[in-house]
Design a protein around this ligand. Structure first.
Ligand code: AHR
Length: 625
């Protein structure tokens, strides 16, 4: 492999080449990145009708003799009127005695709440009652027998005759990843509950993201976050699509919605504001995907799409407007006076082929460009195979081959594409099907090759992100995914680890590199040069994927270095990702089975003989000195 380290012969890689795509799929946010422990906190999962679906809330006690539970529309929150009504029939005296521990309701969270000894949890609930209350708010084991933390709330009838917000701080005295939140009493009477929340006090940057999951994202050093979908944005029906205005402001007032593509309810605690906050917390730029009046099954006609266009304009004002603007002031009221750095809007997702797409797109495009000429607009029509019939700054392109071999050959997909016109945003790529399993080494290896191809073609590909990002192991809608978790455990799949090889690529210089003609066709390589912000030193990274079954002995020669510059032995490293079996996967039991391994590069220099293991990704980080 010949690498020319001359910057003059190289090419700057776009600043935002590699990022992440967050979609509310597989309970990625609700029951995932969003640290809320209570599932269906407003009892609203059935929508505004009553009786509502209170699942997964359940009853403690005997429904015939000790309590009755129903829903009504008496909440103090206008957009989510459903409240839970609990009538307690038993008490501590008389003939109908409550069982020890009382009666009430419990919420098991999203397949169990992870409660950790010594950690604090803030529980907030809204309560109203016909009389005085004596309520125990507790975190317990899944059968209620072991109490991890509890607090008694006593209030007189006059204190709770109207809806009252109660807050308690619970400190856990034991650890249990399968806990539940209980609200119990032994006092006869009627109590209404609404908007019951339990959150760990420690969250990522204090912004209510589950820390370990957010840290895995931070480790990828993403340069952008595309959100909140995908198909989640589009919806099966427009009435169920993501509507940003219903996801901002106080969490208690958000109506929540049923995501009808991935079939689950979200309370929308993780709303538009929180997504913008996440991008800022991770040092990434937001890529805001907007529904342009088209779902999978219905469409707004172009002549009626104006209100939808206004919604998009308002969303931009919310992100970027001054604190005195109508929507910017809402953002400021939520605690963020400064604007967010919103520069990209994607119009729709996988709906270019719909009858109204072009007409609706143009309405959005023209209005947004008029108000915000600098915003980059992303179409999802395919510029790869034909010229676009509408203006766009980027075009969205999804790559989901059904085999690893196909993904490997797609590394050269963009080599021959036209160099004119809008550049590609490969916002979703991953091997799917049998080769992908639930996240195999084989799929990751092919994706590494594909990403090398993207790097090589970064003059026509500006952005790329893997999909999907997260899966809660209890709700696998889509295989494979980058990060797998349950209430307390998590691991990166090999596809997650492959992305680590590309963390330094955005903004780096792509160096000119050529594999000798007689090298195996199973190899693909690229070389970059970048300055490391940790030690302010300059590095060359040569990445090579060997997609074949043979060990390859390869000579790497670096020329074009400045006259008094060389490659330092000390400080140069080699990182390898390989595995005993192509179908190897990580798991909760073996989270590090397939993970890159770094070691000093003992023969680092301008000329090196290296060994590439069969089926491997290797990166050589050469310290320039
Ligand atoms: O990544 C999962 C889904 O794949 C996305 O929601 C959609 O855009 C694509 O079809």
């Amino acid at each position: 492999l010949l690498v020319n380290a001359s910057e003059a012969l190289g090419r700057p890689i776009p600043e935002t080449l590699f990022g992440i795509f967050f979609e509310e799929i597989n309970h990625a946010g609700a029951g995932g990145l969003w640290a809320e422990l209570v599932s269906n906190r407003g009892f609203e999962a059935g929508g505004p009708n009553i009786p509502s679906n209170i699942d997964p809330w359940s009853i403690i006690g005997d429904e015939d003799s000790s309590l009755t539970v129903s829903t009504d529309r008496s909440s103090c929150f206008e957009l989510n009127k459903v409240a839970l009504r609990m009538e307690v029939l038993c008490d501590t005296t008389g003939t109908n005695k409550c069982p020890a521990g009382g009666v009430g309701i419990y919420n098991p969270g999203f397949w169990g709440m992870n409660i950790v000894k010594g950690k604090k949890y803030k529980v907030v609930l809204y309560v109203r009652s016909s009389g005085a209350i004596d309520l125990f708010v507790s975190l317990t084991s899944s059968n209620g027998l072991e109490t991890l933390a509890t607090c008694e709330i006593l209030a007189s009838a006059s204190q709770v005759s109207n809806w009252t917000k109660m807050e308690v701080l619970l400190e856990a005295n034991a650890t249990n990843p399968n806990s539940r939140l209980q609200l119990t009493t032994t006092r006869k009477g009627v109590i209404w509950f609404d908007q019951v929340s339990a959150m760990p006090v420690d969250t990522y940057k204090g912004h209510r993201f589950r820390s370990e999951l957010a840290e895995m994202l931070a480790d990828l050093k993403p340069k952008f976050i595309r959100f909140p979908g995908g198909s989640f944005v589009v919806g099966d029906w427009l009435r169920n699509a993501f509507r940003w205005k219903a996801t901002i402001g106080p969490w208690e007032e958000r109506p929540g919605h049923f995501g009808d593509v991935w079939m689950y309810w979200t309370d929308d605690g993780l709303g538009y504001f929180e997504f913008l906050q996440l991008t800022e917390d991770l040092g990434a730029l937001p890529v805001w995907v907007f529904n342009i009046g088209i779902s999978r099954n219905d469409q707004v006609s172009t002549s009626n799409v104006k209100p939808f266009v206004q919604e998009a304009l308002d969303s931009i004002e919310f992100a970027r407007g001054g604190p005195n603007s109508t929507w910017g002031s809402m953002r400021a009221a939520m605690g963020h006076t400064e604007p967010f750095d919103l520069r990209h809007i994607a119009l729709g997702n996988e709906d270019c082929w719909k009858t109204n797409y072009r007409g609706n797109y143009l309405k959005f495009h023209n209005a947004i460009k008029k108000a915000y000429p600098d915003i980059k607009i992303i179409t999802n029509c395919d510029r790869f195979s034909q010229k676009l019939d509408h203006p766009a700054d980027l075009y969205d392109y999804h790559v989901y081959p059904l085999s690893a071999k196909d993904m490997f050959s797609m590394a050269h997909w963009f080599d021959l594409t036209s160099r004119d016109g809008p550049k590609a945003f490969i916002s979703e790529y991953a091997v799917t099907g049998k080769d992908a399993g639930k996240g195999t080494f084989l799929a990751a290896l092919a994706e590494a090759a594909f990403l090398i191809g993207i790097e090589q073609n970064s003059d026509v590909v500006s952005m790329a992100s893997y999909a999907p990002l997260f899966v809660n192991d209890n709700d696998r809608w889509w295989n494979a995914d980058a990060i797998v978790f349950n209430s307390s455990q998590l691991y990166g799949t090999p596809s997650y680890w492959v992305q680590h090889f590309f963390r330094e690529s955005s903004s780096a210089t792509l160096l000119h590199s050529t594999l000798q003609k007689n090298t195996s066709t199973s190899l693909i390589a690229s070389a970059i040069m970048w300055e490391n912000s940790d030690d302010s030193k300059s590095y060359l990274r040569i990445k090579i994927v060997n997609f074949g079954n043979d060990t390859v002995n390869l000579k790497i020669s670096v020329d074009g270095l400045e006259p008094n510059s060389t490659i330092q032995l000390s400080g140069s490293t080699k990182t390898i990702l390989t595995s005993g079996n192509l179908m190897d996967e990580n798991s909760f039991n073996e989270p590090n089975k397939v993970k890159p391994k770094q070691s000093p590069l003992e023969n680092a220099g301008k000329d090196m003989e290296v060994i590439l293991l069969p089926y491997s990704v290797t990166s050589f980080d050469l310290l320039k000195g």
